[in-house]
Structure formats: structure tokens, C-alpha cells
Design a protein around this ligand. Structure first.
Ligand SMILES: [Zn+2]
Length: 364
């Protein structure tokens, strides 16, 4: 069976626009050339985790690195055993959001460390700017803010690696973050990041292709300037939309230059809220309402990413991408999707992307 040939053409939701059979598609792709390590997930909810495990088994995902809530480490470990390791994250459920990301995070980092966790996430998306403003403390969640310095000092003293969410898509800076007086320019978010890379010199993973898959020339220079920097390819919709824009030979040359520093990730988020229908869900919870939809939500990410990296499959993405309508509401609706142009890496390059780079990061 050819990749994509199970499509029925019948719309089955935002994760499956053409009615693909994601189980049959997994066998069409076959086992990956090496078992995959997914370096970027958010696994929560035991029942949802079981569905994700099913998808991982189908798509050859052997190991997972997950930003799981501290309170759920045991229950998620019970599902994945030693296939999973965790990354420390702030308590996003804390109603005092400023506290969760500042002083509260110090205790949280110590607790994760006691659980054997050795990577700390610094979430500095532009949306953190809003949280700081709403809390009456503008600027306090920038990557260079004193509370961040304290957390980085603590993490470094505990021998932990860093992971950073530094910037969002160009599409967001063109719309919701257009006001640079509030959010700064996209480029300005890299100044405190580079200061951080210089100051602590610990292995640092910057998520979502460093936040700038739109500009691989910029990433190339950033990687050359900082030997302690790694990137993950997570955030499926964003990555396949933007990486498909680059000429194949340029993207491959970029990957070749930094092959031990660019690792596979999906940014799949699981939640038991995906298994129930109810009103008033958050945007993330509303992505699925029963087991079938949740399975397709999780499987669609692996199908799309593996098809992009491993094949020269070309066609519209099976996953709706609301960014198209956000940028151009006249031409696009919220269920539209961009074209994907797979780059068909060979087995040697895939082995770096799927395992070699993350192993180098863990060993650094
Ligand atoms: Zn993420």
C-alpha cells in the first residue's frame, strides 16, 4: 500500500481531513529505519496515555520525553514504564500564574529533580507577556527576568539541562502579537535566549526548531554561535507548513551541517478531556471528544511527521491549520490546511533525526 492511499475523501474532523485509516497508514509507512525517540510531548491523563501508547507502537515511537504534570508522573509511568522520561514544567494549574512561573517554580524544579528529572523547561512564549501584564508585573516573565535567572541558577546547580520555548510562528507575530510595543519583535526574543546560552553554557534544547522554522539561515547562524544549543522539530502543523516552504536541498544541507543537534519531536498533547464531550472546553481540550477522535488526533501527528521526513509525499496536510485563516480570513476557513512537501531523508539522516541528536543531547 502506498502512503496516503487509504484516504476515503470523507472529512473525519480537523485531524483527518481526508478520512485516512491511520492504522493502515502506519503499516504502509512500515517500521522506521531506527526506533524513534519523540523528544517533545505533553502526556497527561491515563486513558489518553493508553491511546497514545497504541499510536506509538503503530508508528515506531520507542521512547518519549514528556512535560507531564508533577502530580501525574506515577500514573503516566505506569502506562509507559521506562519508555518515558520527564521534563520539569511549571504548575500550569496554579490559579496564581505569576507565582507558578516564578518563585513557585523553584520548589517545583526541586520536586522534579527528586523524581530523577534532569531537564527543566523555561516557557517564555510571547503569551507569557500577557500573563505578566495581567498579574500587574509586566516584563517579569521575560527570559532575562530575575525570576528566570533564579530558576536557571537552581537548575544548573542541580546539574539539569535546559529546554526553552522562545518564540511563536511568524503567523502569530503578524496577527495576535503584531503590537511590538507590547510583545517585542520576534528577533528581540532571541537576545535573552542568547544571553542565557552564554551565561550557563549547559546543554539547551530550544523547542519548535528554535521557534524559527521559517528562517533556517537565522537558525544556521544561531547554531554556529552556540555549541550548547540543540533544536527539536516539534509542533506538527507549524513545522510541516513552514519546512515544506524551503527548497529540499537547502533544508537537507542545513540538517547535514547540524545533524547531531536537530532532534525529532511531535509536541503531541494528551488529556483525558479528549475522551469526553462537554461544553466550555479549552481550545486544547476541544480538539477531540471521544476515543476515535483522540486516537486520530495523536496518530495524525505521527503520520504527518513521518510522511514529511521519510517520503517525498506531496499534497494537502490531513490536519487543519487555523493559522491560514488567522492570516488570511478571506481566502481561508479554519479547517483549511497547507500543502506538505515531504523531503524523503535517507536512513542515515533519519537515524540522526530520530535518535542520534537526542542521544548526543542527553550525553552532553
Ligand atoms: Zn510543547
Amino acid at each position: 500500500m502506498r502512503v496516503g492511499s487509504s484516504a476515503t475523501g470523507l472529512f473525519r474532523g480537523a485531524s483527518n481531513r481526508f478520512g485516512l485509516d491511520y492504522r493502515a497508514e502506519a503499516s504502509a509507512l512500515g517500521a522506521p529505519s531506527v526506533p524513534i525517540i519523540d523528544a517533545h510531548l505533553h502526556v497527561n491523563g491515563t486513558r489518553a496515555a493508553l491511546l497514545l501508547r497504541d499510536c506509538c507502537d503503530l508508528y515506531g515511537i520507542e521512547r518519549l520525553h514528556s512535560m507531564t504534570h508533577l502530580e501525574q508522573l506515577d500514573s503516566i509511568r505506569a502506562v509507559f514504564g521506562d519508555r518515558i522520561e520527564f521534563i520539569a514544567v511549571p504548575n500550569f494549574a496554579d490559579p496564581d500564574r505569576l507565582h507558578a512561573h516564578t518563585t513557585g517554580y523553584l520548589d517545583r524544579i526541586r520536586s522534579f529533580h527528586r523524581e530523577g528529572v534532569r531537564t527543566v523547561k523555561f516557557w517564555a512564549a510571547p503569551r507569557a507577556t500577557d500573563i505578566a501584564i495581567e498579574a500587574g508585573s509586566p516584563g517579569s516573565l521575560g527570559l532575562g527576568a530575575p525570576a528566570r535567572v533564579d530558576a536557571a541558577d537552581l537548575a544548573a546547580s542541580l546539574g539539569m539541562r535546559f529546554m526553552v520555548h522562545c518564540a511563536d510562528p511568524d503567523t502569530w507575530f503578524a496577527t495576535r502579537y503584531r503590537d511590538s510595543a507590547i510583545y517585542g519583535t520576534k528577533r528581540s526574543h532571541y537576545e535573552p535566549l542568547e544571553a542565557m546560552l552564554e551565561r550557563w553554557r549547559v546543554p539547551t534544547l530550544v523547542a519548535h526548531m528554535g521557534g524559527w522554522p521559517e528562517d533556517i539561515e537565522f537558525l544556521d547562524a544561531l547554531l554556529l554561535r552556540h555549541a550548547n544549543l540543540w533544536l527539536d522539530t516539534s509542533a506538527t502543523k507549524w513545522m510541516v507548513r513552514e519546512l515544506s516552504q524551503h527548497p529540499r536541498d537547502e533544508l537537507i544541507a542545513f540538517l547535514d551541517r547540524h545533524r547531531s543537534r536537530i532532534m525529532f519531536g511531535s509536541d503531541t498533547v494528551t488529556s483525558d478531556d479528549h475522551l469526553i464531550a462537554m461544553d466550555g472546553k479549552t481550545e486544547m481540550a476541544a480538539k477531540a471528544s471521544d476515543e476515535r477522535e483522540a486516537f486520530e488526533l495523536y496518530a495524525s501527528r505521527y503520520w504527518t511527521l513521518r510522511s514529511f521526513w521519510e517520503t517525498c509525499w506531496s499534497g494537502p496536510s490531513p490536519i487543519s491549520d487555523p493559522d491560514l485563516a488567522m492570516v488570511d480570513p478571506i481566502r481561508h476557513g479554519p479547517l483549511d490546511a497547507p500543502g506538505i512537501h515531504g523531503i524523503g531523508l535517507d536512513a542515515e539522516r533519519l537515524s540522526w533525526l530520530y535518535r542520534g541528536a537526542v542521544e548526543a543531547f542527553l550525553a552532553a
